[in-house]
Design a protein around this ligand. Sequence first.
Ligand SMILES: Nc1ncnc2c1ncn2[C@@H]1O[C@H](COP(=O)(O)OP(=O)(O)OP(=O)(O)O)[C@@H](O)[C@H]1O
Ligand SMILES: [Mg+2]
Length: 277
Amino acid sequence: MGENVILMSDVKKTYIMGEEKVHALRGVSFSVRQGEFLSIMGPSGSGKSTCMNMIGCLDRPTSGIVKIGGKETAKMTEKELAVLRNKTIGFVFQQYHLLPSMTVLENVMMPLRYQGIEKNLRRDMALDALSKVSLGDRVNHLPNELSGGQKQRVAIARATVTRPSIILADEPTGALDSKTGRSVMELFGEINAAGTTIVIVTHDPRIGDSTRRCIRIFDGQIQSDTENPDADLSLAFSEDSVDSRIVEIRPKMVVKEKPKNPIIGIDLDFLPDYAEF
Ligand SMILES: Nc1ncnc2c1ncn2[C@@H]1O[C@H](COP(=O)(O)OP(=O)(O)OP(=O)(O)O)[C@@H](O)[C@H]1O
Ligand SMILES: [Mg+2]
């Protein structure tokens, strides 16, 4: 296991909502080494997505230190953060966030565009990433011509095509049935076996129990940080792991801003416009 790729030190995030302050993270500290497979688990409203937005540099903490790949992010400009995200991190979301008017291939080529890679090479890299998620025969489809599991595999291909050192996934199986969810988890397992650090945010204990490390958060604080060397991703959605401990859903504030970069964690405005597709 390699160096620290993620370091969070006493990270706090407070949202100001008119008169009210929402303490989404109340001082969270942990580090993640290259090659780890971590789940961050907790009930709705506990601060998981906020935590992921901090790691993914999609938002800045109110206080505390976030270092990604050894780089302190606090003093970086928006443009520098956008470049860091594009080079270092691949994002996967519950709702896929594929661009509906682009084909599967164009969606996967997209992040490479912002690295100035020429079109033929972008195409070859995207085809390679799509074949690794077994979608080599769907490259000219539009996203709405695919099943949920296939859409998520396209999103995973898009996240991996830049060969990031970290994949951040927020409820990646939340919209999938158990069987498809398990195959997506196994795919993450293969990507991790090739050396990529994976962080999955979930409220589902069946995922938390199936990853080698699990950080549980509650009300913006870390409750536990456990290692399970025998964890088996293929058991993530097996019948006998159906969990009776599913945590109660707390009411949460309804007003939520859209994440800053809902598509792929790239600030399109801040990056140069390379040649058209
Ligand atoms: N942009 C925002 N403005 C104000 N409050 C916010 C914002 N984003 C999140 N919150 C609040 O911060 C707390 C943590 O939210 P967060 O989205 O991180 O929870 P979560 O654990 O991801 O929940 P879920 O499982 O439902 O996705 C919640 O109380 C939420 O309402
Ligand atoms: Mg969330």
